[in-house]
Design a protein around this ligand. Structure first.
Ligand code: MLZ
Length: 265
């Protein structure tokens, strides 16, 4: 429809460019997702990264898997790329002399765990090793520049991949700002973080790209005004197309004029 989001138009309208794909720790050709719902695998418990648990694929979205730890509830689902080092075939743990752990929040008595494990794996479909792809190498240096566009996971709503802009760069860290949102979802991360993708990633993988928010409007004239502004002072957190609009970013953050969004989806 007319209100659909298209990067090509949006980049033109905002007078901006996508960050080059070499900036990202992602495969240039996104990995194939050959997993099926119901398959089991081993995954690091996101709430306790040192323990390895049994997980079930409960959804497929682009190059990512929606995972649920066996023995846990359905309120702690998490998403991993098929080339994430956090997932591995069933049996990897044992081969390495480790034990599969109950997830944090295992509802039953700890003494029931060995039998639970036996039953959850018995007759289950285990994801074959060929479905797990190798993690791509780190780009040697941080090549991101302020103002470059990208697609980024909203860490507060991790199933969402959203249009974003590099708001700041400091050493190996980059500041991810979400287009059209007033700052509540923004975060710092390492340049080689696996949660960020080049423009076009979702279209290539078939994942869902969210449209930009509507809290902070972006128009051609504003973007033009913005690009002719001097660079922001180093103590501020510039958020390119946001700063030029109503208030400086610092004031937006402190002001109560903009209602902070609910963090619920
Ligand atoms: N349910 C939330 C989703 C916000 C997503 C923002 N992503 C950058 C809300 O509407 O507040």
């Amino acid at each position: 429809g007319l209100d659909e989001f298209h990067w090509e138009n949006y980049l033109k309208e905002t007078g901006s460019l996508g960050a080059p794909s070499e900036c990202f720790r992602q495969s240039k050709v996104p990995p194939a997702n050959e997993f099926k719902v119901g398959m089991k695998l081993e995954a690091h418990d996101p709430r306790n990264m040192t323990s390895i648990c049994v997980a079930t694929v409960v959804g497929i979205t682009g190059a990512r898997l929606r995972l649920r730890l066996d023995g846990s509830d359905n309120r702690n689902d998490f998403w991993r790329l098929v080339d994430s080092p956090d997932i591995q075939p069933i049996g990897t743990c044992e081969k390495e002399g480790d034990l599969l752990q109950p997830p944090l929040g295992y509802q039953m008595n700890a003494s029931s765990w060995p039998m639970f494990l036996l039953r959850t794996l018995n007759g289950s479909e285990m994801a074959p090793a060929t479905l797990f792809k190798k993690e791509p190498p780190k780009p040697p240096i941080n090549n991101f520049k302020v103002g470059m566009k990208l697609e980024a996971i909203d860490k507060k709503n991790p199933y969402m991949i959203c249009p974003a802009t590099i708001g700041d760069v400091k050493g190996d860290e980059i500041y991810i700002t979400f287009d059209g949102w007033s700052g509540a979802f923004d975060y710092w991360c390492k340049y080689d973080c696996r949660d960020i993708f080049p423009v076009g990633w979702c279209r290539l993988t078939g994942d869902v790209l969210q449209p930009p928010g509507t809290q902070v409007p972006v128009t051609k004239s504003i973007a033009k005004t913005q690009s002719s502004l001097p660079k922001a002072a180093p103590h501020s957190m510039p958020s390119p197309q946001k700063t030029a609009i109503i208030l400086p970013t610092q004031q937006i953050r402190k002001s109560s004029r903009i209602k902070p969004p609910l963090h619920t989806s």
